[in-house]
Design a protein around this ligand. Sequence first.
Ligand SMILES: *Cc1c(COP(=O)(O)O)cnc(C)c1O
Length: 415
Amino acid sequence: MEFQGSFVSHLESAIDGTRLDAHTLQTMHADRPLWVRYDLDAIRSKIDRDELAARDVSMYRYHELLPTGYDIEPVSLGEGLSPLLHCETLGQQYGLHHLFVKDESQLPTGSFKSRGLSMAITMAKHFGVERVAIPTAGNAGGATAAYAARAGIEAWVLMPDDTPIVNQVECDWAGAQVFLVDGLINDCGAIVKQGKEPMGWFDLSTLKEPYRIEGKKTMGLELAEQLHWQLPDVVLYPTGGGTGLIGMWKAFHELRELGWLDGHYDNDNMPRMVSVQSDGCCPIVRAFDAGERFAEPFVGASTKASGLRVPVAVGDFMILDAVRESNGRAIAVSEEKLDHWQRLATQAEGISICPETAACIGALEQLTREGWIRPHERVVVFNTGAAQKYVSTTPPDLPRLDSQKPIDWQELAIN
Ligand SMILES: *Cc1c(COP(=O)(O)O)cnc(C)c1O
């Protein structure tokens, strides 16, 4: 099928720059991911950034900068334009005047996975795919099931058998074929790879098709628009497969090249990208510390932040390149303190902070203490999912009241 009315020029191998045709459904090149490239000159002459403000409250408001362009109808559940919340109380804890949380917990299916999967399933449908499969640590499966249902496409979801129960249920309710696997997301991925031929699956794994990242890129576009076409100084991002971090970094560059940013951005003052992981699974941090471009598989991965339980990332070099080019950091924080940071942030601001983002609060604590983040810098933490999706992970130990007995109010007040 033809791309009509889109500004996509071609696809490009992220590992060696090989150009591929964007008019057919591509997957990877040399077993590594592809970038979607646009004719930015044509976009610049076609539209003015200030036209965007009048458009729909949706990530598809940026359609010139997306593979959908003018003609491809999105498979949408109303994703995008998540709030950018100024967090004064939490900021004060760390001596910051301009701390923001970009709250993705409010998106369809309760996580930012909706952005990538809306886009990937839109494009899969456009190219005539009828059956998709995805290995997932949890939220990607839920989003796949929902968007596949919306698109009328069959979804097969493979997840570790200890994936949060909400993820299992949301996939099942949306009519996906769901399987529990006695391993981690990479073991699920290996099964999807083997099953592609016999099952006729199109593989939606992170970065194994080129379009999820374009959906995630909209986080960066939105951030710029919400900051009145400026960029923040620091972005903290909880990293699993890394699509969001890579996508945002791509967005910032595209905006710069388009000339849509106010102020002068050169390589020294682009946002510093901080890739945050739990010390229970931190392959990217280890590679960063070792000065490597590719990460060794992390053995014995274990974290309650299921979105971070990704021992091997096919886009490892893309994450590490972005972090280094941005003068950023890769930081692992204590798995044992995730609960503490999750409560602290939720109690300070009322935002539904997921355990993945709790890791970012830990990184914020460390980086402000070190002085690497300074008091007047504009800092954005991504809250990638809703805390409610993890209820099975930490059932709270709550006191009980007996409805048949008189209540001792004095004792209750002390508690
Ligand atoms: C998937 C996920 C992540 C990690 O995202 P990547 O883009 O794969 O690095 C972080 N948080 C949550 C809640 C997730 O679902």
